[in-house]
Design a protein around this ligand. Structure first.
Ligand SMILES: [Zn+2]
Length: 268
């Protein structure tokens, strides 16, 4: 099954026309600013094409894993081929996702979600990606980032996640489906994938996982904070006020059906 899919993907790559432009394509600047790609994407600029009906058809396809489908769509819209999508930083991938949406349907995105205080409906019209804050990388964000864990005393070298890590995390979590009420293995394994060295020694993710499993909360918090300080990409947190109870609301922007299938009147 996995082999079949690889063969399919290869066919798609061969079909790909070499030119870096298609009607409606736009040049965007990735939040990494190209810093993690050894000069292959100067300043992080890539050409992005709008989705065609073929990619829309992939999105509405019922079978297969959602992340894989979405990545195939992004890969088809990514015209600059200097860095394969699997090597993209997760933050760049998220920004690419927003850009493909904007280039294909326009930037207006309408969301509705319940107010956590009064349960009334909050509806927002956003300009995507402009209304989201985006952290960009600088030269100072050089990998690995060191963190000394406050309780265990270990010094860890950390790196940012790539698209290939996200796929590995999903595979790991689904292979080892936890018993009901068991630990979230995806969460543990995500923490492990950040770690490249323990006290100066290079480790693989299995060794890192063994360390992560035993860490106390203060130590894992230190890891997450260090990653957050150095990570790049759009922040999906939105702040608004509820029209009915006036409460300040902080929510993670939901990506609803309308994100990739906007109603005709909501395009701009
Ligand atoms: Zn409210």
């Amino acid at each position: 099954m996995a082999e079949e899919r690889v063969a399919e993907e290869r066919d798609e790559t061969e079909e790909r026309k070499p030119e870096e432009t298609r009607p409606g394509s736009e040049r965007i600047q990735l939040p990494s600013r190209g810093f993690r790609y050894e000069g292959r994407l100067p300043d992080g600029y890539v050409m992005v094409a709008p989705m065609t009906t073929r990619e829309e058809a992939l999105l509405v396809s019922m079978g297969g894993d959602r992340l894989d489908l979405l990545n195939r769509v992004l890969d088809a819209c990514l015209l600059t081929r200097a860095v394969p999508l699997t090597e993209f930083l997760s933050g760049d991938r998220l920004f690419l996702l927003l850009s493909v949406r904007q280039i294909t349907y326009g930037s207006s995105y309408h969301v509705q979600f319940p107010c956590p205080t009064c349960r009334g409906s909050i509806s927002l019209s956003l300009d995507i990606p402009k209304d989201l804050s985006v952290r960009v990388l600088t030269e100072e964000d050089d990998e690995p980032f060191e963190v000394k864990l406050p309780v265990s005393g270990h010094t860890l070298g950390l790196r940012l996640l790539r698209v290939s890590d996200e796929a590995a995390i999903l595979r790991y979590a689904s292979r080892k489906a936890p018993a009901l009420g068991g630990p979230n293995l995806g969460y543990l394994y995500t923490m492990a994938r950040y770690i490249v060295t323990i006290d100066g020694q290079e480790v693989d993710s299995i060794k890192a996982l063994r360390l992560v499993e035993g860490l106390v909360g203060k130590d894992s918090l230190a890891i997450r904070q260090t990653i957050e300080t150095h990570d790049c990409g759009p922040d999906f947190t939105i702040e608004t006020a509820c029209n009915q109870c006036m409460a300040q609301v902080r929510e993670v922007l939901p990506l609803t059906v309308e994100f990739f299938r906007p109603k005709p009147e909501s395009t701009s």
